[in-house]
Design a protein. Structure first.
Length: 152
C-alpha cells in the first residue's frame, strides 16, 4: 500500500500538489462544547467577556494558521471563513465553513477553526464549569477538487 505522506524510504514527506488543478473548494466542520456555562454564555454574563464573539474570531484566526499546527498541511490561500455558534440547552454548537481557490482542500482548516473556537469557549468559561467537554468534532461536508463533493 502506498501512503501519500511517506516516501520510498519510509520517511514523512509533504505531498506535491503543484500539478493539481486550482479549483474552488469548501469544507464545513462542526463540533460542540457541553457546558453548564451555556446560559451564562447566551446571556452574555461571563466575566471574561463576549464568549461567542471571541470564539468566532479565534476560529477564523485558527483556520488561517492551520499549516503552522498540522505538519503535512499545505499553506493555502484561505479566501473565506465563517464561524457560526449557537447556544442550546447545555451545549454550544460550533460550525465553520472555509473556502479557497487552490490545489488542495480546506478540511483541516475547517476542523482547526471548530476546535480552536471550542477551546476558546472552554478557556473563557473554565471558572464556571471546569468539567466542560468538546464533543463530536468532524467534517460535515466538502466541495470541489478531484474527488468532488462529499456530505456526511
Amino acid at each position: 500500500m502506498d501512503l501519500s505522506h511517506i516516501d520510498s524510504r519510509g520517511q514523512a514527506r509533504m505531498v506535491d500538489v503543484a500539478a493539481k488543478d486550482v479549483t474552488v473548494r469548501t469544507a464545513t466542520a462542526t463540533g460542540r462544547v457541553r457546558t453548564e456555562a451555556a446560559s451564562a454564555i447566551a446571556d452574555g454574563t461571563v466575566a471574561k467577556g463576549d464568549v461567542l464573539a471571541t470564539a468566532r474570531i479565534a476560529g477564523i484566526m485558527a483556520a488561517k494558521r492551520t499549516p503552522d499546527l498540522i505538519p503535512m498541511c499545505h499553506p493555502i490561500a484561505v479566501h473565506g471563513v465563517a464561524v457560526e455558534l449557537t447556544v442550546d440547552d447545555g451545549l454550544v454548537e460550533v460550525s465553520a465553513t472555509v473556502k479557497t481557490a487552490d490545489r488542495t482542500g480546506v478540511e483541516m482548516e475547517a476542523l482547526t477553526a471548530v476546535t480552536v473556537a471550542c477551546l476558546t469557549i472552554i478557556d473563557m468559561t473554565k471558572a464556571l464549569d471546569p468539567a466542560a467537554t468538546i464533543e463530536a468534532v468532524h467534517v460535515q461536508s466538502k466541495t470541489g477538487g478531484k474527488s468532488g463533493d462529499w456530505h456526511r
